[in-house]
Design a protein around this ligand. Structure first.
Ligand code: AMP
Length: 121
């Protein structure tokens, strides 16, 4: 799978469509999820063209990886997730249910989130 530069998060990074921005630095952009799944639901995305966590882990520079990881902590603190606890999720590929093919981490919280993965019947 190659990176699709027309995915929606690439368009947000280029300023072609708006987002409710939370934080930006040299390595990342963070913004509110458009369809929040918890009282607080932020997305953190790298600025580089990585389609998922695998690509990021293999291809990103050490500076990008450090910058991204530090930003996860900054954003979690910024939106008030640290004290009560929270969940970070990165859906990867078909089985992971990934919809947008640009690496992103969901930061979710603001209340109890229940089980990590819903039980299958
Ligand atoms: P995933 O299933 O992990 O790929 O998650 C993609 C997430 O992107 C979903 O939670 C969507 O609600 C969110 N999303 C899609 N389009 C936008 C947008 N324009 N602004 C903010 N969040 C978005």
């Amino acid at each position: 799978m190659t990176y699709d530069p027309n995915n929606i998060f690439a368009k947000i990074l280029r300023g072609e469509i708006p987002c409710k921005s939370l934080y930006e630095d040299d390595f990342v952009l963070a913004f509110h999820d458009i369809q929040p799944q918890a009282p607080i639901h932020a997305l953190v995305i790298p600025k580089g063209p990585y389609q998922n966590q695998d690509a990021f882990a293999v291809q990103a520079t050490e500076a990008e990886i450090v910058g991204f990881t530090r930003a996860l902590g900054k954003v979690a603190a910024m939106v008030g997730l640290v004290e009560g606890g929270y969940r970070s999720i990165s859906n990867c590929g078909a089985n992971g249910g990934q919809e947008v093919p640009h690496y992103h981490v969901h930061l979710l919280g603001g209340g109890s989130l229940g089980r990590m993965v819903s039980k299958k019947d």
